[in-house]
Design a protein around this ligand. Structure first.
Ligand code: ADP
Ligand code: MG
Length: 417
């Protein structure tokens, strides 16, 4: 019998797993070889491990930039529980605590340090970072650096300065969302040098896609949920107000539901998220503010009560269902009124190029909803992937070919304006 590789041993001892998921090992070898690496893997594929485990395998410190403070704490807690010396720095820390952590980093006691992008502001911090023994830089949710992605964060642009402050330190960028355009943007914005690119299939075979005309939305949604026993799921709504109304209406129908949006105070957001993660509420009615990095494996359905503004958002949001690999349903309610609402918002965008881009994306979204072709083929095609089988067997178009809607012509009229 051959001895297990050092990476396998670390996988077993620190994370308790017996084997790597697809691409994980290749990505780690690339990163450990000192090459800039871009990993594009769908949600739930196990991207964190791709920088956490190499951090243990190499000397020195790995810096991790990650956009969400709440996630940072979770990840660090998990790592600490597995005996991996890790910490995070962000604006929530008391000065004394921050100083203690900086001392520990300087003393070389840590393998992984998570940074909030707002920490990157200021030359003094970069000066400090330069004095550490940094041997790798990981940028999680790397699409946040691109204006063409669905979750642009201006702070991410400061990463260029961090990168410049650490010449020769290899970068690994990770994301679950990258159209070819966003991919190029990540490479350019981060200044990746001849990166090794790993691109996994975006197909989520356990997700069942379903699109219906929007009529009596609340009733339809309540029925859909009630048909699913005690399963839990997310209802995405277009506005904050609508998440509140939807949650109230579902509660009225006897379904435990809570709203989630950026207008709630931090305590309420945390409470509602926790309640959902712990199955104390079945349903969360949310704006797109909810979801990034939320690791609830058994979300059994994702409903779009309103039309998302692009297919990338739709893919990401539906992708939060079925992370455990078991079947899950994605229902989109479509109306031409929603297209019109988006057109209204888009017309307000002052920049010509951005407006045209948003318009083209909306057009793709509407085409998807109105098409009677296989949803999976359309969705994967958007990410530049070809699906070779004729019938995916798990979308409304493949399971029950339907009549063309009369909404098509009018929606096209709206979009041609
Ligand atoms: P991503 O960031 O790609 O969405 P995560 O890094 O959050 O995914 O990982 C998703 C889940 O998969 C986590 O619960 C993680 O512990 C688990 N996981 C990652 N790698 C493996 C592996 N090789 N074997 C088993 N579980 C894994
Ligand atoms: Mg992740």
């Amino acid at each position: 019998m051959t001895a297990a590789s050092p990476l396998h041993e670390l996988l077993k001892t620190h994370f308790g797993y017996d084997s790597f998921r697809p691409l994980q090992e290749d990505i780690m070898h690339s990163a450990l070889g000192g090459r800039d690496t871009l990993a594009i893997l769908p949600t739930g594929a196990g991207k964190s491990l791709c920088y956490q485990l190499p951090a243990l395998a190499r000397e020195g410190l790995t810096l991790v930039v990650s956009p969400l403070i709440a996630l940072m704490k979770d990840q660090v807690d998990q790592l600490s529980a597995s005996g991996i010396p890790a910490t995070f720095l962000n604006s929530t820390l008391e000065p004394d605590e921050a100083r203690r952590r900086l001392d520990a980093i300087r003393a070389g006691k840590l393998k992984l340090v998570y940074l909030a992008p707002e920490r990157l502001m200021g030359g003094r911090f970069l000066e400090t970072v330069r004095s550490w023994q940094v041997t790798a830089l990981a940028v999680d949710e790397a699409h946040c650096i691109s204006e063409w992605g669905h979750d642009f964060r201006p702070e991410y642009r400061r990463l260029r300065e961090l990168r410049a402050a650490l010449p020769g330190v290899p970068v690994i960028a990770l994301t679950a969302t990258a159209t070819p355009r966003v991919r190029e943007d990540i490479v350019r914005q981060l200044g990746l040098r001849d990166p090794a690119v790993f691109l996994a299939s975006f197909n989520r075979p356990n997700l069942h896609y379903l699109v219906e005309p929007k009529k009596d939305a609340v009733k339809r949604i309540a029925r859909f949920i009630l048909e699913r026993g005690q399963d839990s799921g997310i209802v995405y709504c277009q506005s904050r107000k609508r998440t509140e109304e939807m949650a109230a209406a579902l509660r009225h129908a006897g379904i435990a539901a809570l709203p989630y949006h950026a207008g709630l105070d931090a305590a309420a957001r945390a409470r509602h998220q926790e309640a959902f993660l712990r199955d104390e509420t079945r349903v969360i009615c949310a704006t797109v503010a909810f979801g990034m990095g939320i690791d609830k494996p058994d979300v059994r359905f994702v409903i779009h009560a309103d039309l998302p503004k692009n297919l990338e958002g739709y893919y990401q949001e539906t992708g939060r269902a079925g992370r455990d690999g078991l079947p899950a349903d994605c229902l989109l309610l479509f109306s031409r009124g929603d297209v019109m609402k988006h057109v209204g918002f888009i017309q307000e965008i002052p920049d010509d190029e951005a407006r045209q881009h948003a318009h083209a994306q909306l057009e793709q979204m509407a085409d998807f909803a109105e098409s009677d072709a296989c949803r999976r083929i359309d969705l994967l095609g958007y990410f530049g992937e070809t699906w070779t089988e004729e019938n995916c067997g798990a979308c409304d178009a493949c399971l029950s070919p339907r009549e063309t809607w009369d909404a098509t012509v009018e929606a096209q009229k709206l979009l041609s304006c």
